[in-house]
Design a protein around this ligand. Structure first.
Ligand SMILES: [Cu+2]
Length: 673
């Protein structure tokens, strides 16, 4: 794929230069820890980037699969491209401009009456090509969407509702006194064919992906942020409030389906499912996607309706992640009338952040990519890729389901029964997140579970895991690294699933009820995972061994939008006592980590492997390469740290180790004699 010349590319190239000076190859600059896994995954689902002409910046923001193996792709630059030939074995597609001059469209669907519906920032538009020349010539506003001008006021969709209306989800604004300065910011709304807006549900923050399932169930994805501890998928009914309070500013407007007021929601940092029990109307998510483990910015969401042509997961869901450039899988079930389910890693290694997924002909999954302003693990700035099942089935957890006394895991092929019957082949850990005004949350109330009993099905295709204690409302991490396929002897391609247990089902048990379990389930709170804040490498007060002396060097470091520090070159003398104040004025969380020369990217990659414990550790791995660091800073917050510069002159790396950031967010501290 050729690069296009763009402002974005030039800016990141400016940063890339300093990195190239230290490390000659892109591979060294960003050592992807999961290369072996990506290679293995590609044997089952083959990824093909689509070549894009030099003069097109395809920041893919919406994909419509047309008949005859053609595509329409909207871009964040406001264009709609018609693409033919993208399905060819070796694609060399033809791009034709269908429309231009739109305002950041973020989705496109076919209109039942002909033409297309597109959600732009300020309106939903009916776009048609009335004379059939392949170029749009009719642009009719269906409904205006209120905006105040904040860059964060994205409008996603539309989707066609079963009743013939359209639905759109509206981001909240960023950082102002109110994040919902105009009506219906933070809402899912419905638009009638005559352009009337009907508010459906409130509490949305950044719902980049949403869908209505084949069963008519509405699901919306959410990104970590204020009031949102981690990425998640929430099932939405009219009148629901799903978490972010800014939208509640409009609940006194005529037509509001929600009656909660902003003051009704406590900023208590209790788990969301507990707050929801106290305050009717709060809807906890159906499935949590643990932050940094199963993505950092949930975006596209689709149901697998291929009936098995895309692989063994028919009826399940695929969710794309912008920041981690990957796709996760989700299964759902309804228990006691409440939706819940499990998530699984599925496919990594895409070239750029993924915001859109669309299933096309021949079970071809189209993957729309852009990372401008956000950054992503995939280093390209935009793109379009396709993913096709090769027909080979990996040994995978097919689905995790809740049982009255634990979980039932089913598999794509029989498990080795002796290994599968051994409780030591599994581990189960549960945790949840804080529900509070603060951006994000570390995992809290983390507890590991005993396994009481394992039952392997006679056909080897499923395993029941019985636990003395289940924690309603909690995410249960189930790891099965020891399992082996009875056929091939191989391990699971992905050995972990995260089940959000909103409700414990009725049903038969394979272990007796423990009377005290109920009490423990509800009240068992254990301390959060170990934190390395205020460790020796995070000195937030003047160190005692400075003996009252002032700092030799005072550094004020800030941030700029688009995953950047405001300086890429800091200087100090060997052995200097440094007072460094890091001021995060960005809209994401960041840290500052000083490392030994040449190890910034290695430390950044190690931070991505920290899993559930990452956030509690401020995403700073325990590594001798780390010299000093701040904790992870919320947007618009500051931390001052004190450290002594090593005695050896050299170019020391500094990076932000928030997962995915270090590739772009980096610089050098030049230490001289
Ligand atoms: Cu960062």
């Amino acid at each position: 794929m050729k690069h296009s010349i763009s402002l974005t590319l030039c800016l990141s190239a400016a940063l890339a230069v300093s990195a190239l000076a230290q490390n000659p190859s892109a591979e060294e600059r960003f050592a992807k820890p999961s290369d072996d896994l990506v290679k293995l995954e590609n044997q089952y689902w083959e990824r093909t980037p689509i070549p894009i002409p030099d003069d097109i910046i395809l920041e893919s923001s919406g994909i419509l699969a047309l008949p005859n193996q053609e595509l329409l792709v909207t871009t964040r630059r406001g264009e709609i491209w018609h693409i033919a030939g993208a399905y060819d074995k070796v694609p060399n597609p033809k791009f034709t401009l269908f429309a231009s001059g739109l305002h950041e469209p973020l989705g496109i669907i076919a209109a039942p009456t002909g033409g297309y519906y597109v959600a732009q920032r300020p309106e939903v538009t009916h776009i048609r090509d009335t004379d059939g020349d392949g170029r749009a010539d009719s642009f009719k506003t269906l409904a205006r969407i209120p905006i105040s001008g904040s860059y964060h006021e994205y409008a996603f969709g539309p989707k066609l509702a079963p009743n013939g209306n359209l639905r759109v989800t509206l981001n909240v604004a960023f950082g102002a006194a109110t994040q919902s300065p105009v009506p219906w910011r933070g809402w899912m709304i419905e638009i009638t064919p005559d352009g009337q807006i009907i508010p459906i549900a409130a509490g949305l923050r950044s719902p980049a992906g949403f869908t209505v399932t084949s069963q008519g169930v509405w699901l919306a994805a959410e990104n970590q942020g204020e009031w949102v501890g981690s990425g998640r998928i929430t099932q939405i009914d009219p009148g629901d409030f799903i978490g972010h309070i800014a939208s509640l500013a409009w609940t006194r407007e005529p037509g509001s389906t929600v009656s909660l007021r902003p003051g009704d929601i406590p900023d208590s940092a209790d788990p969301m499912h507990e707050v929801a029990k106290r305050i009717p109307g709060i809807k906890p998510p159906a499935v949590w996607l643990p932050h940094t483990i199963q993505g950092i910015s949930t975006a596209g969401l689709i149901e697998d309706l291929t009936g098995g042509d895309f692989g063994p997961f028919a009826g399940q869901f695929y969710i794309s992640d912008q920041g981690q450039s990957k796709i996760v899988r989700m299964s759902m079930e309804q228990v006691k009338g409440v939706w819940q389910g499990a998530s699984y890693n599925f496919r990594e290694g895409f070239e750029c952040g993924i915001i859109r997924l669309t299933m096309g002909e021949n079970a071809t999954l189209w993957v729309g990519e852009t990372n401008r302003g956000w950054g992503s693990v995939g280093e390209k700035t935009e793109g379009l890729e396709r993913l096709v099942w090769t027909g080979k089935t990996p040994f995978e957890i097919l689905e995790a389901k809740a049982q009255s006394d634990g979980f039932l895991l089913s598999f794509t092929e029989p498990v080795d029964p002796a290994i599968a019957a051994d409780p030591a082949s599994y581990s189960v850990t549960s945790f949840t997140y804080k529900y509070h005004k603060t951006y994000g949350s570390p995992p809290i109330n983390v507890a590991s579970h005993q396994i009481a009993k394992i039952e392997v099905a006679d056909d080897g295709l499923s395993v029941r895991i019985a636990l003395p204690i289940l924690r309603e409302g909690y995410i249960h991490e189930i790891k099965a690294p020891g399992l082996r396929s009875a056929k091939s002897g191989t391990a699971l391609l992905h050995d972990t699933t995260y089940y959000t247990l909103n409700q414990i089902p009725y049903g038969d048990r394979i272990i007796p009820i423990r009377l005290e379990a109920e009490t423990i389930t509800r009240h068992h709170h254990v301390p959060a995972v170990a934190t390395n804040a205020a460790s020796a490498k995070n000195q937030t007060s003047v160190p005692a061994d400075w003996n009252g002396k002032a700092a030799d060097k005072v550094i004020n470091l800030g941030t700029e939008p688009g995953l950047k520090f405001d300086q890429t070159l800091l200087t100090a003398k060997a052995g200097d006592r440094v007072k460094l104040t890091f001021n995060n004025v960005d809209d994401m969380m960041h840290n500052f980590v000083l490392t030994t020369p040449g190890t910034g990217q290695t430390v950044g990659a190690a931070a991505m492997q920290l899993g559930v414990s990452g956030e509690g550790m401020s995403f700073v791995p325990n590594s001798t390469a780390v010299i000093a660091h701040t904790t992870i800073l919320q947007p618009e917050s500051t931390e001052t740290i004190y450290f002594t510069v090593p005695n050896k002159p050299g170019d020391y790396d500094f990076v932000c180790t928030f997962p995915g950031h270090s590739i772009l967010m980096k610089g050098i501290m030049r230490v001289t004699k």
